[in-house]
Design a protein around this ligand. Structure first.
Ligand SMILES: [Fe+2]
Length: 181
């Protein structure tokens, strides 16, 4: 059972996701939540796992996400918009475009504590933390685990079915990656 401060936030997000202008309403809730970012970070830090799906229905999926700075999870799509609110540390969104036979690195985007960003439905990203653990909430604009979506081979860009098992198996060490040179 998450702390009350998290339960309250999850409730606000669910209400926002059920409203008419889902994307703007979710963003507004996450921006407002940054006024409590230290307390939210502390509550997420105490959860039992690094990634937890705390809620999902047709309107949204809510995940708590802690990433470490030495591991980069493989490129993947969401097929829906996602809002990322970082409460501690910084996430690095390693962005890619698909080209025939490969993935093209499109740059790294730093999302720092206090920031809220949205990636569109066509985005492909790999994900890691900057120089220390990052703590964030990711809110997807739909039922993330109920859709078919893909991971992409780092080298060839070939599609691999998205499962949490494949997601973790395809992770790389940041120290070995040209994207961080
Ligand atoms: Fe993602």
């Amino acid at each position: 059972m998450a702390k009350q401060i998290l339960e309250d936030l999850f409730g606000q997000i669910r209400d926002a996701a059920a409203s008419g202008d889902r994307s703007s309403a979710i963003r507004a809730v996450l921006l407002e939540s940054q006024s409590r970012k230290d307390d939210l970070a502390e509550a997420i830090a105490e959860l039992i796992a690094d990634e937890i799906m705390v809620f999902e229905d047709e309107t949204c999926s809510i995940w708590t996400c802690r990433y470490s700075s030495d591991v980069v999870f493989a490129p993947h799509e969401h097929c829906m918009g996602v809002h990322i609110a970082v409460y501690r540390g910084a996430e690095v969104e390693v962005l890619y475009k698909r080209e025939p036979g490969k993935l093209r690195h499109g740059g790294n985007s730093l999302v720092k504590a206090g920031d809220v960003v949205r990636l569109g439905p066509d985005a492909i990203h790999a994900i890691t933390a900057d120089d220390k653990q990052s703590i964030a909430i990711h809110v997807y604009e739909g039922p993330l685990t109920r859709i078919k979506r893909s991971l992409f081979d780092w080298t060839t860009g070939e599609e691999v079915e998205f499962t949490m098992e494949n997601f973790h198996a395809m992770a790389r060490r940041k120290a070995n990656m040209v994207e961080f040179k």
